[in-house]
Design a protein around this ligand. Structure first.
Ligand SMILES: C[S@@+](CC[C@H](N)C(=O)[O-])C[C@H]1O[C@@H](n2cnc3c(N)ncnc32)[C@H](O)[C@@H]1O
Length: 607
């Protein structure tokens, strides 16, 4: 390969990878939810096909060496084993291929590779080749066929389905595989049927229905079940799957992301990663850290860096050296400037939710990037290998969580997008203002306060109005917490003023230990107190009840219906708590797939 071609490939591969990761994080969401987006894709595809046909462009001049190298790479990749995983992989690869095609001739090779990967797992390859033939731009289709030919003719080829694909295809179609002109309407419809997960094929349905079989893991002794009071089955409760005595540990859970409270950032008292208390003089402070993070150990420093800190606030390459090839040096000034602005924005806001959401986005990117690397190395190798093997992504987990819509923040989204795009061009496409608002809404609604050893009593008194203050779920009171985290399983625990369990942070870190507060029988619901439910010395019982109910209404926008409130309010002392009905919701797509209904049946009202 000439040095010029090689340089173009380096640039393209970095951009393409950024685009692919962005795809993995965002594109699937759009394709599932947004018909306009799908229409636009179809238009882009037609436009590119037409342009290509008019210019009679050859197939990008991929040499046999380049094709061989590409084929070897694809062959070395694992193919998912289960039918569901194959379907998911298929849809992801076709989606990537479509997106890459729409970006023009420079992306024909990576586009063809995506379509070729999809072909390897599709149960009816002949049918798929026929569809490719009429829907994929001819130069891309030509590369797909060249790869297929090469696969069949190369002796070391493993006995994969692609060989069958080619021979069957040859038998069926002896004419030139390349047709010109835009795809027909019929083929577009076929394409949409195949690639639209909303079409609810049996495998997609099984995957959706199987989610709460696989999650939470059986070892955690809990299950997520439809709330008995909800006929739509969209509302969920967490129940124990075996008996427990009062004081027993039900499970332990690590946060997906956690942050220190803003006033503790930059101090040397707590670890910015695991939130552990740090003895005086023992903090590890990296040379350059825009947020002033400190760590209790080298291990925490490295984990934080890999999970999100480098992407958001560091200047080291985001990709492995063989892919980065010096690109990170070129993008360094732009990255530096974007991060400085974003860090200043976060510091001036002084809130936890934007940082929790940014860390969540970064962690998704890290996992999706790792999925594209055949070998996982480094401090998160085990976690990344498990995440890659799992049928469900972080996105699947977050998508199902309840939330209250937050306000979009144009500046925050644009600054975070600048950081992402400067680190990996194309990545900025993974976030829109609307998605960012949903991420933040979910963090705000589900985060649990981390508090151990009685908590602290030096938190500055908030200056915002009570309804504007950040609330986390904690029976110890937000003012005592040192930080907060998003816990995927514990997010399903409902509130009760007479809870059956309590979160404990007895390890002195952000690891949550759930303890039974009374004997629990298999199938009993787990509840915890989201707020301080004790009666303070200066309060009457009625005042204490009103305080906790108002706090719940302000923070989580629901009117508490726990058994204690129901029995206590039966005395006629219920006063207005500032809300009439539950304002929380799940995303439309969740209701749609879980109830098997159309969007019009989306229920925002509580059961
Ligand atoms: C963090 S989620 C808990 C899981 C949720 N039930 C679900 O369906 O995914 C909190 C939501 O559960 C419901 N909820 C929890 N505790 C409640 C209570 N004591 N009274 C009424 N609704 C409650 C409210 O809809 C609230 O918005």
């Amino acid at each position: 390969m000439s040095s010029r071609t090689s340089a173009i490939f380096t640039l393209a591969s970095v951009t393409v990878l950024g685009g692919l990761v962005a795809y993995a994080v965002y594109f699937d969401y759009k394709r599932r939810n947004d018909t306009e987006f799908r229409k636009q894709l179809k238009k882009d595809r037609k436009r590119v096909t037409k342009q290509t046909a008019q210019t009679q462009e050859p197939s990008d001049g991929a040499t046999i060496e380049e094709l061989r190298a590409a084929l070897a790479r694809v062959r070395s990749e694992d193919v998912p084993a289960s039918a569901e995983a194959k379907e998911q992989y298929f849809m992801a690869q076709v989606g990537m291929g479509e997106q890459l095609c729409a970006q023009g001739p420079m992306f024909h090779m990576p586009a063809a590779l995506s379509f070729y990967r999809a072909l390897r797992v599709y149960p009816s390859p002949v049918e798929l080749i026929a569809i490719y033939q009429s829907t994929v731009p001819p130069p891309v289709f030509k590369i797909v066929m060249e790869l297929t030919n090469l696969d069949v003719s190369t002796p070391s080829s493993p006995p994969e389905r692609s060989a069958r694909t080619h021979s069957e295809a040859s038998e069926e179609d002896e004419t030139s595989p390349v047709r010109t002109g835009p795809p027909s309407e019929t083929s577009s419809q076929e394409w949409d049927r195949l690639t639209d997960p909303g079409s609810q094929t049996p495998a997609v349905k099984a995957r959706v229905e199987g989610y709460y079989e696989a999650f939470p893991p059986k070892s955690m002794n809990v299950s997520v079940l439809p709330a008995p009071s909800d006929p739509t089955k969209v509302r969920k409760v967490l129940v124990v799957t075996r008996n427990f005595e009062a004081g027993d540990v039900i499970y332990k859970e690590q946060p997906v992301v956690a942050v220190l409270d803003a006033d503790l950032q930059g101090k040397e008292a707590y670890c910015s990663h695991c939130l552990r208390h740090i003895q005086k003089g023992m903090a590890i402070r990296p040379d350059q850290d825009r947020l002033g993070s400190v760590y209790c150990s080298k291990d925490c420093q490295v984990k934080a860096k890999v999970e999100s800190q480098n992407l958001l606030f560091g200047l080291e390459p985001v990709l492995p050296a063989e892919l980065d090839k010096g690109m990170s040096l070129l993008t360094r000034p732009q990255r530096d400037a974007a991060q400085a602005k974003y860090a200043a924005h976060l510091k001036s806001g002084g809130r936890s939710v934007p940082l929790l959401a940014a860390r969540f986005v970064a962690k998704q990117v890290v996992i999706e990037t790792a999925k594209m690397m055949p070998v996982k190395t480094g401090p998160l190798a085990d976690e990344l290998t498990a995440a890659s093997a799992s049928e469900y992504s972080l996105y699947d987990h977050l998508e199902r969580l309840r939330f209250v819509e937050g306000k979009a923040n144009e500046e925050g989204t644009s600054l975070l997008c600048d950081v992402l795009g400067a680190a990996l061009p194309g990545l900025e496409k993974s976030l829109t203002e609307e998605r960012h608002a949903v991420y933040q809404g979910k963090m705000a609604y589900n985060a649990i306060g981390v508090c151990y050893s009685g908590g602290r009593d030096d938190k500055p008194t908030p200056t915002e109005r009570p309804e504007d203050q950040e609330h986390t779920r904690t029976p110890y009171g937000t003012s005592r917490q040192i930080g907060s985290g998003l816990y995927l399983v514990s997010s399903y625990i409902a509130h009760s003023c007479d809870p059956s369990a309590r979160p404990s942070f007895s390890s002195g870190t952000s690891e949550l230990t759930l303890i039974a507060t009374r004997p629990l029988k298999e199938g009993d619901e787990i509840t915890m107190a989201y707020v301080d439910i004790s009666q303070h010395t200066e309060e009457t019982p009625v005042e204490a009840r009103r305080r906790r109910r108002v706090e719940l209404a302000r923070g989580w926008r629901f009117k508490c219906e726990c058994s204690r409130c129901v029995s206590e309010t039966a005395d006629g002392h219920e006063s207005d708590v500032g809300i009439e009905k539950d304002e929380s919701k799940v995303e439309e797509v969740v209701t749609r797939v879980e109830t098997g209904s159309g969007a019009e049946t989306f229920l925002q009202d509580p059961a």
